[in-house]
Write a protein that binds this ligand. Structure first.
Ligand code: PMP
Length: 364
């Protein structure tokens, strides 16, 4: 609708208009039950249907094998930074971290409190613009898991393929917060996938955990009950009161993604959007610069700078006047960042590209 902006925020982020409108229509009196989803018992039959459908739609979207549990949690992806070593390691066990940006670095630092976590590769010297060659990774043969961040939200680097842990008992663990459900993923390559919902699949408040069932049940004794994968999975995400309304919205998003034809179709749209934006940057004769190595550029978060950094503030302000908002880069890196998650329409990216060309023409 006309009064909505194109919201390029990194998260919480734009949601499909159809989802917002559906939630609005059902807000006051959910499907005639006389109350809203915010007010109903999480153990009643309406909510039981909502959460079960959300899980089965997500399973269908990602073709999640039956030997994996799907759990809806709270506390954000950040809480999982601690939950992973607590569930997968003893304090003496080691775990390998590939640090491709700020988020994997945070995950590593938190894990150090609960196991012998080690950074086996860091992109920091190259300002987090690369993904390592997998055969160059010096994996620790005793590591219980190999952790990656599939898409670094701040730096805009994305794994296009995934490394294999060195030993057979080790597993690959991925933070997929900022590219969750943006493309098909072979879940069977991972032991654990986790993601905060607030970028691609819903509002903040829901964290999705996909975990191979045989990995549960060995949590360290000090593990808080809320962080114990097995407790949460056995209670079917209802060990305590879940974020009911946020989960309901996630369910509507999953339904919408299935209606679009699933993640194969969604990925095509995302590739098209990212393609025209990167082309505009690369075709600007250096007016706009994206520092990320081309082969690993994110389809979701597109960071760039202006050669004349004194113009960045003006760029962001003028874009906002044209209803393209939240384009400021993360406070830690500056510059511009356009987050173009699933729900960003092609029209939003086209409008941004047209604005970029016009802005450049006005600043020769
Ligand atoms: N990992 C990634 C890749 C993220 O982008 C974020 C949030 N921006 C987090 C983890 C932290 O997520 P949360 O705020 O849900 O704890």
């Amino acid at each position: 609708t006309q009064d909505r902006v194109f919201n390029f925020a990194a998260g919480p982020a734009t949601l499909p208009e159809s989802v917002i409108l559906k939630a609005q229509a059902d807000l006051f009196n959910y499907q005639g039950c006389g109350m809203s989803v915010m007010e109903m018992s999480h153990r009643g039959k309406e909510f039981d249907f909502i959460i079960k459908k959300a899980e089965s739609d997500l399973r269908a979207l990602l073709s999640i094998p039956s030997d994996y549990a799907v759990v809806f949690l709270q506390g954000g992806a950040t809480t999982q930074f601690a939950a992973l070593p607590l569930n997968l390691c003893s304090p003496e066990d080691s775990a390998d971290y590939v640090v491709t940006g700020s988020w994997s670095d945070k995950a590593f630092k938190e894990a150090q409190k609960y196991c012998k976590a080690k950074t086996i590769w860091s992109g920091k010297p190259e300002k987090y613009t690369k993904i390592p060659a997998f055969d160059a990774l010096e994996q620790n043969p005793d590591a219980r898991y190999l952790h990656i961040c599939g898409n670094e939200t701040i730096h805009g680097v994305e794994f296009k393929d995934y490394p294999t842990p060195l030993n057979k008992d080790s597993i690959l663990v991925a933070d997929m917060s900022s590219h969750f459900c943006s493309k098909p993923v072979d879940v069977s390559k991972f032991g654990v996938i986790y993601a905060g919902a607030q970028k691609n699949v819903g509002p903040s408040g829901v964290t999705i955990l996909i975990v191979r069932k045989d990995l549960m049940g060995n949590a360290q004794p000090i593990t808080p009950v809320m962080l114990d994968f097995k407790t949460q999975a056995e209670a079917a995400s209802l060990y305590n009161t879940p974020p009911c309304f946020a989960l309901y919205i996630c369910g509507l998003v999953f339904e919408d993604l299935l209606q679009q034809g699933g993640l194969v179709e969604v990925e095509k749209k995302n590739a098209k959007k990212a393609g025209i934006l990167y082309d505009a940057i690369d075709g600007s004769d250096g007016f706009y610069v994206c520092p990320v190595e081309k082969s690993v550029r994110s389809l979701m978060n597109v960071p760039f700078t202006l050669q004349r950094s004194d113009l960045e503030k003006k760029f962001i302000e003028e874009a906002a006047l044209e209803k393209m908002v939240q384009l400021k880069g993360h406070r830690s890196v500056g510059g511009v960042r356009a987050s173009i998650y699933n729900a960003m329409p092609l029209a939003g990216v086209e409008k941004l590209v047209a604005f970029m060309k016009d802005f450049q023409a006005r600043h020769p």
